[in-house]
Design a protein around this ligand. Structure first.
Ligand code: DLL
Length: 432
C-alpha cells in the first residue's frame, strides 16, 4: 500500500512475510546499536537469531515511556547524532519531555505514511491543505505538513492560535482540506458561522486527530461544514500522526503495518489478546532508524481486526479509541500528566502539593483550571499578594506544560482530602 496506489494491497501472507523479515532485521539492529535493548534481551537470554519471524514477537521485552524518560534525552537513539536530522518531543510523565529523533529516511517514511492517510481522506495534488496543528516540538504540524507536501498538495502552514486569520485564508485561498484537532475544527466552524462565512468555504475534507473524539463529534463536524472528516492517529514516540487513519467507510483506522506492527495486550497481565478484544495497543517500529522501538506500550485502549475492509484495503484496523490505561489528559491537543503539575508546584514554596485540575470544554475549546492550596505560613488576606502569586504559578505551569491555565488559589485545607488514591482531576468534557 503506497499513497498513490491505495487499492493495490498486499495479501495478509505477503504482509506477514514482510513484517517477519523487517522484525528480524530490527532485532539485530537494536541489539547491536542500542545498549538498552541489548541488555534487556540479554537479561532474558535472547539473542537476535532467536527471533525467526513475527510469531516470535511476544518473546521480546516491552518498552515504556518511563524507559524513554530514564534514558533522556538521546539514550535510546540507535544512530550517532550526526545521522539525526530532526527532533520532536512530547510530555513526559514528570517534568522531562520524551525526545524523538528522526533520520532523513525516517522523515521520508513518515511523510509517506501521512500521505497514505491523506489519500484515504480523498486529498490529492490539486488540493489546498491548511495545516492547523501546532508546529514545533509537537509532531502534528510538521508531520501533517510533510505528508500533504508529499502528495503534491498546496500546503498552508497555519499552525494553531489565530482562528480569524485561519478562516479568512480558508475562504480567500479556497482551502479544500484542513488538518487539525477535532475540537479545534468545531471551534473553527463556529468562527465561520459567527462571521457569516460558512457558505463561502470550499472545504471537502478534514484530517482530525491528536485527541479522543467520537462518531457524534464527527457527524457534527461533517454536518456543520458539509465535509468528510477522517480520524488520524499517531504518537510521537512511534512517529507522529500517520500511524493509522480511517477510510471513507470509517470502520476503524487502517494501520501502516508495514512500518508499525500492532499488538493488543491486556494492560495488567501484558498477555496478547485475540482480535476484537479491547486492550492496550502496543507498537513495534519495523523500519525506524533513529529511535526504533520494540513493543512500545502506547497506553491507548482499542481493539484490532485483520479482516479486509469494504474499501478493499487488507491492512489491520484499530477501532476508535476507548480511552487510556494511564492518567494522561489531552488538553487542546497537548498531553498533560497530573504528575507534571505536581512536579511544577513543588518548586513554588508558597503553596502545598494539594491541587486539583478541572478540565472543561467551552465553545469547543478545552479549558483548564488548576486549584492550588496556599501554604498556611503564607496565608494572607492581601489581594495584591494573591494576584502576584497567581501570576507566578501560571507562569510555572506554562513553562512545565506549555499550556495556559486559570490558576485559583484556595485557602489552606480547602481541597478535599482523599482517603484512598488521591483524585487530582475533574474532567467535565463529554465524549459521548
Ligand atoms: O498527538 C500525534 C498526532 C498529531 C496524531 C496529529 C494525530 C494528529 P502525541 O502528542 O505524542 O502525538 O500524543 C499521542 O494522543 O497516544 C493518543 O492518546 C492521542 N491520540 C492521537 N491521535 C488520536 C486519535 C500526537 N485519532 C497520544 N484518537 C496518543 C484518539 C489520539 N486519541
Amino acid at each position: 500500500m503506497i499513497w498513490n496506489e491505495t487499492k493495490e494491497c498486499m495479501s495478509r501472507e505477503e504482509m506477514r512475510n514482510l513484517q517477519s523479515a523487517r522484525l528480524r532485521k530490527l532485532v539485530d539492529y537494536v541489539y547491536h546499536n542500542v545498549e538498552f535493548y541489548r541488555k534487556k534481551m540479554q537479561a532474558v537470554g535472547l539473542i537476535p537469531s532467536d527471533i525467526k519471524g513475527i510469531e516470535d514477537i511476544e518473546k521480546l521485552p516491552f518498552t515504556t515511556k518511563d524507559d524513554l524518560r530514564d534514558t533522556y534525552p538521546f539514550g535510546l537513539f540507535a544512530v550517532p547524532q550526526s545521522e539525526i536530522v530532526r527532533i520532536h518531543a512530547s510530555s513526559g510523565t514528570t517534568g522531562k519531555a520524551t525526545v524523538v529523533g528522526y533520520t532523513r529516511r525516517d522523515l521520508d517514511i513518515w511523510a509517506e505514511c501521512v500521505a497514505r492517510c491523506m489519500t484515504m481522506a480523498g486529498v490529492g495534488r490539486n488540493d489546498i491543505v491548511q495545516v492547523a496543528y501546532g508546529y514545533g516540538l509537537f509532531t502534528g504540524g510538521l508531520g501533517a505538513h510533510s505528508g500533504a507536501e508529499k502528495i503534491g498538495a498546496m500546503v498552508v502552514p497555519m499552525s494553531t492560535g489565530n482562528s480569524q486569520k485561519l478562516t479568512t485564508m480558508m475562504v480567500d485561498f479556497g482551502a479544500t482540506a484542513i488538518a487539525c484537532t477535532p475540537s479545534y475544527l468545531l471551534h473553527i466552524s463556529e468562527v465561520l458561522a459567527a462571521n457569516g462565512m460558512l457558505d463561502q468555504i470550499k472545504l471537502k475534507a478534514a484530517i482530525c486527530g491528536a485527541e479522543p473524539w467520537t462518531e457524534k463529534m464527527r457527524n457534527e463536524i461533517e454536518k456543520r461544514l458539509n465535509i468528510h472528516a477522517h480520524d488520524i492517529y499517531g504518537l510521537s514516540e512511534v512517529m507522529g500522526p500517520g500511524v493509522a487513519c480511517d477510510c471513507e467507510y470509517h470502520a476503524g483506522l487502517h494501520v501502516c503495518e508495514d512500518h508499525f506492527f500492532p499488538e493488543i495486550v491486556d494492560p495488567k497481565t501484558l498477555k496478547g489478546l485475540p482480535e476484537g478484544e479491547t486492550g492496550e495497543l502496543v507498537f513495534t517500529t519495523l523500519t525506524k532508524e533513529g529511535l526504533p522501538l520494540i513493543r512500545y506500550r502506547t497506553k491507548d485502549l482499542t481493539s484490532l481486526t485483520r479482516e479486509t475492509c469494504e474499501c478493499g484495503r487488507t491492512s489491520a484496523r484499530i477501532s476508535r479509541f476507548k480511552g487510556r490505561s494511564d492518567d494522561m489528559l489531552i488538553i487542546r491537543g497537548v498531553n498533560v500528566f497530573p504528575s507534571q503539575v505536581e512536579a511544577a508546584l513543588v518548586n513554588v514554596e508558597e503553596v502545598t502539593p494539594h491541587y486539583m485540575i478541572i478540565v472543561d470544554r467551552v465553545n469547543n475549546l478545552d479549558t483548564m483550571e488548576i486549584q492550588v492550596e496556599l501554604n498556611s505560613e503564607y496565608y494572607t488576606d492581601e489581594i495584591k499578594g494573591i494576584e502576584k502569586l497567581t501570576k507566578k504559578i501560571g507562569h510555572v505551569i506554562l513553562q512545565a506544560l506549555g499550556l495556559n491555565a486559570k490558576i485559583t488559589i484556595v485557602q489552606p485545607g480547602a481541597l478535599k482530602r482523599s482517603e484512598g488514591k488521591a483524585v487530582h482531576v475533574v474532567d467535565n468534557r463529554k465524549y459521548e
